[in-house]
Design a protein around this ligand. Structure first.
Ligand code: AMP
Length: 425
């Protein structure tokens, strides 16, 4: 057999069949969900001035040092975007969105490019969906952004997402700069016991020693002074409020002082979503505050926070969770017990589809319990449940599948109203 002449470039991939469908489903879910939280879609170019990324991410970051795809047509230096935040903040300033006053909420999706060593969950062209909330320092906003990410994963059926949370403080001399000195002093006498990479990073970016993946460095990092214990009073207060608000929104997290996030623009709150299916590359997504970035790019000081979620890593987590063939997300799922109820349910589901809802039912003769589990896996927002008894009464149970919501009986003939009610809130 002759081999094809061309193959996708190392670290890039084609998406098609089931995986392609799942990919679209992640993007579609972002498009449904983020606007509900007030985010408007924003599109920036795929390449920007190289200096924009050097300024935003920092010269001493892996991305800027060695991972950027930079090209020079004529005298310009252009770079394929390695992430989305820098471009969004550039556009926010360029179009004077800061002058609109108040909070500006934007979401984006698209390919990003980093010249990393390809491996599972790490590509050179990968995709992110993300949100940026620019114009407020309110800790409630931090909590809202963090919990939006959790809800997004949940709605896609990604189970077991972990949340790491930390605060890295601000630029005031008594906050991060002071902590930097404390850290340097603590590390200096033991620098020789850290890996070579860490030794090289010590001078330029000492915080990176905290998130080194080498086991011996992780062990050493555990003994070092913690950033959240060395915050200025305002940052400490802010972080306490964030933690409280995240808990109030139902998010459980681990306070993780090793979490520094690699990029220079972060300040105060930083967080990462994790999933065990990803092994060493266990970050499913991440984000944080970047209160100083607009100013760094020549604009006014504007507090802001956002996250970026890796689409490929979501696909890996879904696969590991035994996600089925992943048909499109469902609004309603029909579960039934007994042959007559099953036939009646098929009619009901057909009516729902006619009325414009995405709806489906079990075709594999599962038990009622497994059908409900399947409804959950399929991300159904509501479930119609029909047994012989309900059928006899001319009723169907309509269950709101979101956590903590209940269920109610509705007449078989006008249960559409009940479904509409659940889907519209
Ligand atoms: P970062 O901008 O580095 O914080 O990345 C945010 C998220 O994007 C990560 O948590 C990953 O899910 C994803 N990501 C980053 N780099 C890659 C890569 N090279 N390949 C695949 N996904 C990535």
């Amino acid at each position: 057999m002759p081999q094809p002449r061309f193959r996708a470039i190392e670290g890039t991939r084609d998406y098609f069949d089931r995986e392609g469908e799942r990919f679209d489903r992640v993007l579609a879910r972002a498009g449904e969900m983020f606007p509900r939280y007030g985010y408007a879609r924003f599109r920036t170019p795929i390449f920007e001035d190289s200096e924009l990324f050097a300024r935003s991410l920092g010269d001493a970051t892996d991305i800027v040092e060695k991972e950027m795809y930079t090209f020079q047509p004529g005298s310009d230096s252009l770079t394929l975007r390695p992430e989305g935040t820098a471009g969004i903040v550039r556009a926010y300033l360029q179009h004077g969105l800061d002058k609109r006053g108040g909070l500006v909420k934007l979401w984006y999706a698209g390919p990003m490019f980093r010249r990393e060593r390809p491996q599972k969950g790490r590509q050179r062209q990968f995709h992110q969906v993300g949100v940026e909330a620019i114009g407020s320092g309110d800790p409630l906003l931090d909590a809202e952004v963090i919990s939006l990410g959790l809800r997004f994963y949940e709605s896609l059926g990604v189970a077991g997402v972990g949340l790491r949370l930390n605060s890295i403080g601000c630029r005031k001399p008594e906050c991060r700069p002071r902590y930097r000195l404390i850290l340097r002093e603590a590390i200096q006498p033991r620098l020789g016991t850290f890996c070579r990479n860490c030794q090289a990073r010590f001078e330029r970016n000492v915080f990176r020693l905290l998130d080194c993946k080498v086991p011996q460095c992780r062990e050493l990092a555990r003994e070092l002074p913690k950033s959240h214990e060395n915050l200025c009073p305002e940052c400490a207060e802010h972080f306490a409020a964030v933690r409280q608000a995240v808990e109030a929104l139902g998010g459980s997290f681990s306070l993780d002082s090793d979490l520094v996030r690699g990029l220079d623009y972060y300040s105060r709150t930083v967080f990462e979503y994790t999933h065990e299916s990803l092994g060493a590359q266990n970050a499913l997504g991440g984000g944080g505050r970047y209160d100083g970035l607009a100013e760094e790019l020549g604009g006014p000081p504007v507090p802001a926070i956002g996250f970026a979620l890796g689409v490929e890593r979501i696909l890996i987590a879904l696969e590991a969770g035994g996600a089925c063939g992943c048909p499109p997300p469902l609004q309603a799922f029909g579960a039934s017990r007994g042959e007559a109820a099953r036939r009646a349910m098929a009619g009901l589901i057909a009516r729902l589809r006619e009325a414009g809802f995405s709806a489906d039912l079990d075709y594999d003769d599962r038990s009622l319990k497994s059908q409900l589990r399947l409804a959950n896996r399929r991300g159904a927002l509501c479930c119609l449940i029909l047994g012989e008894e309900e059928l006899g009464r001319g009723e169907v149970i309509v269950k709101d599948m979101r956590e903590g919501r209940g269920q109610a009986a509705a007449s078989l003939f006008d249960c559409l109203g009940k479904v509409r009610e659940i889907l519209s809130c």
